[in-house]
Design a protein around this ligand. Structure first.
Ligand SMILES: Cc1ncc(COP(=O)(O)O)c(C=O)c1O
Length: 377
């Protein structure tokens, strides 16, 4: 059966991007984050691709996300970030030698009660106000680990509010970093990790030589942090890094009509043709993760190498495009390809498509529904 839409993913580029990211700090802890089905890209092929180039650890939310990865790659180390782990899951995690990134005393107590050899990381709160031990509790761990010798502290981490401004000494990220550097000194044998994608990539831009560890997520897919859009110098730095977009969301035309001037298109008749128009229906909608945005006027997709506007409200399984001004005059056929975002130079980037609906690439990627077939090239 032909898929209504396809997310095409270039695994060779995933490989290249991962290598580039790893090489920014080759000696440091490196743990790509594959939460939410590898940001919607399909966790098994992505994890296998990383494993093939020697990445031996990845991070996910919980046991449910870890399970398929462990089945496919039994030797990989998996870091679990979700707090308040239910007891059965905790047992499973420990039995399978996964690593809990512990952010609260409850999980830590439950772990110590298991009385089994377990490796853990501790996550500290340095300003994100989400998860993590308070910095002033750091000294308590000395006693705790003395009492619980089966729990082996392997790493400490924190999460940055932004990260892209890490090179700026007056930034909030830098303040977080300063707190974290103090913490590292209290746990000299533990590995450390703090850099998310924007921070890791900006470390490249600022040529920082520290041994900070990283947990990159979105940059694996070649997504450009906002800071690299801002100045020509930053754009140049970004191109030097050479991370490439890896994914392309495609669908196709399933209906075509010529409508007279003033004819409405889609729910609420919020768009009406200003002249006789050629309208095509594309088989993708909000049920498959293509958001129904209020302001459709700025939304575009690529058809025959030309950007064309989306018109009318996006429906559950369809949206419409205006092909009236298409330059190529050969007749339009049903089944012709429409590119929503992609690696093709003329196509909208994920960043552009996300901005058009007032969101971020993370949300766009993770919203692409399971009915959109993932195709690996
Ligand atoms: C704890 C943690 N570390 C790292 C990341 C990866 O962030 P990014 O995709 O910005 O690299 C995430 C993303 O959700 C996260 O929650």
């Amino acid at each position: 059966m032909k898929s209504r839409a396809v997310l095409e993913i270039n695994l060779e580029r995933i490989k290249q991007n991962a290598q580039i990211l790893k090489n920014i700090k080759p000696q440091s802890f490196f743990c790509p984050i594959l939460k939410a089905d590898a940001y919607g890209h399909g966790v098994i092929p992505i994890a296998k691709t990383l494993w093939d180039i020697g990445v031996n650890q990845v991070g996910v939310l919980n046991a449910e996300e870890a399970y398929p990865i462990l089945k496919a790659i039994p030797k990989i180390n998996i870091l679990i970030f979700d707090p308040l782990i239910p007891k059965e899951e905790l047992n499973w995690i420990v039995k399978n030698n996964l690593t809990i990134v512990c952010s609260n005393w409850k999980d830590l107590e439950n772990l110590s009660n298991l009385n089994k050899k377990t490796q853990i990381h501790l996550k500290f709160e340095t300003g994100f106000s989400r998860l993590g031990f308070q910095l002033n509790s750091a000294k308590k761990f000395y006693e705790f680990f003395k009492k619980n010798p089966l729990l082996k502290l392997k790493g400490i981490g924190t999460h940055l509010v932004s990260g892209e401004d890490l090179g700026d000494k007056d930034s909030f990220s830098f303040l977080q970093l300063k707190k974290f550097l103090k913490l590292i000194k209290l746990f000299p044998k533990a590995k450390n990790h703090i850099l998310n994608s924007p921070a890791l990539v900006s470390q490249f831009a600022h040529c920082d030589s520290s041994n900070l560890g990283s947990r990159p997520g979105i940059s694996l897919y070649g997504i450009k942090p906002k800071i690299f859009f801002q100045t020509k110098k930053a754009q140049k730095k970004w191109s030097q890094l050479n991370l490439q977009p890896v994914s392309c969301l495609k669908s196709h035309i399933v209906a075509l009509q010529e409508i007279p001037k003033k004819t409405p298109v889609s729910y609420g008749a919020r768009w009406k043709a200003s002249k006789k128009s050629k309208i095509a229906t594309v088989s993708l909608g909000y049920a498959e993760g293509f958001f129904r945005a209020q302001d459709h006027s700025k939304r575009e997709v690529l058809f025959r190498g030309q950007r064309v506007p989306i018109v009318g409200t996006v429906c559950m399984n369809f949206f419409m495009i205006d092909l009236t001004n298409i330059k190529q005059k050969k007749p339009i056929r049903l089944g012709e390809e429409v590119i929503i975002f992609g690696s093709n130079k003329k196509a909208l980037s994920v960043e552009e498509q996300a901005t058009a609906i007032n969101t971020i690439p993370y949300e766009l990627f993770t919203s692409i529904g399971s009915k959109v077939k993932r195709v690996y090239i």
